[in-house]
Design a protein around this ligand. Sequence first.
Ligand code: PLP
Length: 395
Amino acid sequence: MDFDCEAGMPKDDESEPLRGVSPETLAAQALGRIDPETRAVVPPIHVSTTYQRDADNGYSSGNIYSRADNPTYDQPEALLTALEGGADALVFSSGMAAATALFQALEPGDHVIAPKVMYWSLRKWLGGMATRWGLDVDLVDMSDMDALANAVRRGETKLVWAETPANPLWTITDIEAAAEIANGAGARLAVDSTVATPVLTRPLSLGADIVMHSATKYLNGHSDVIAGALVAARDDDFWQRVRAVRAEVGGVPGPFEAAQLLRGMRTLYLRVERSCASAQMIAERLAGHKAAAEVLYPGLAGHPGHDIAKRQMQGGFGGMLSIRVKGGVDAAIGTAARVRIWKRATSLGGVESFIEHRASIEGTDSPVPGNLLRLSVGIEDPDDLIADLEQALAG
Ligand code: PLP
């Protein structure tokens, strides 16, 4: 991977990030910084909500009030910026706070495009609050670049939103092609890369303008923090508006959550590599299972997005897959009821594996098939996970 670093550079200043090392090393050492004041290897948590003005009435530290910013965010934001290859990052109180801040930085009347099948809560927000606030929202099949090209309106479309792989069919969007179409019409491309993580895909290097993460998922990885993040390719006026939305609305994480997130990111590469390898094994094993009508996983050659995923994902196809169970809704709910190791819970990207009957949480207007079980593969022994699924599917 192409990181902004000078190979072999010795560090003179230990408060500076490591240079010339791989992303795995950057993540494991949270950039390798040493706290200049205490020489702590793990940065301190700053709980203060406010900061003293200088006698000359300035704020020489750059810190004013913690609804806008907190020094505890510096290291997770710098690490995310490095891992995604961006210009700047912002952490938020949730993935939804991050995603909606981007849309709130637009003007009423602006046209935006999002996928028809995507993370349901954001789709619901776009159809509800965002539309009432004045955004003109179109939903398209984001695996179909002709559909996207037909939907963009030159000069009117301001933001194209993609999620890849996208909940819960793991639909793949060709980021490079989508960026070309969006940028060609004068719009920005934002990519929800929660499932891919910077381990597998770096959307900014493929032409995206902004990357979004529900940091609640793989970045933190332990099902104990709600957080979100945005990473920008450029620190421009639009990005400053996004920063202002965060400061004005206060969609910031608590300092403890920010510190916990940094701790989680140290093991990101190990966790994602393990989840991907296990998900691939599980998908291949279940693909021919007599109780499974269909297994949806971009790592299977039969998945409609497999070829694009192979090109734009490195090192695996993610830890998420779905099974459509023969016998419909009741058979799917019955299967989930019989697991002993998998946890019946919503969310994804934790060290523990989750199984979820997706239509039950998304409600009646969901486009998700009723017989679909969404699986988030954790880091347990994959043989245990497969045995548990097989006994649950056997009925
Ligand atoms: N994007 C994706 C792909 C998600 O799965 C989720 C949550 O499930 C979100 C965004 C929203 O994140 P959060 O729950 O942290 O607000």
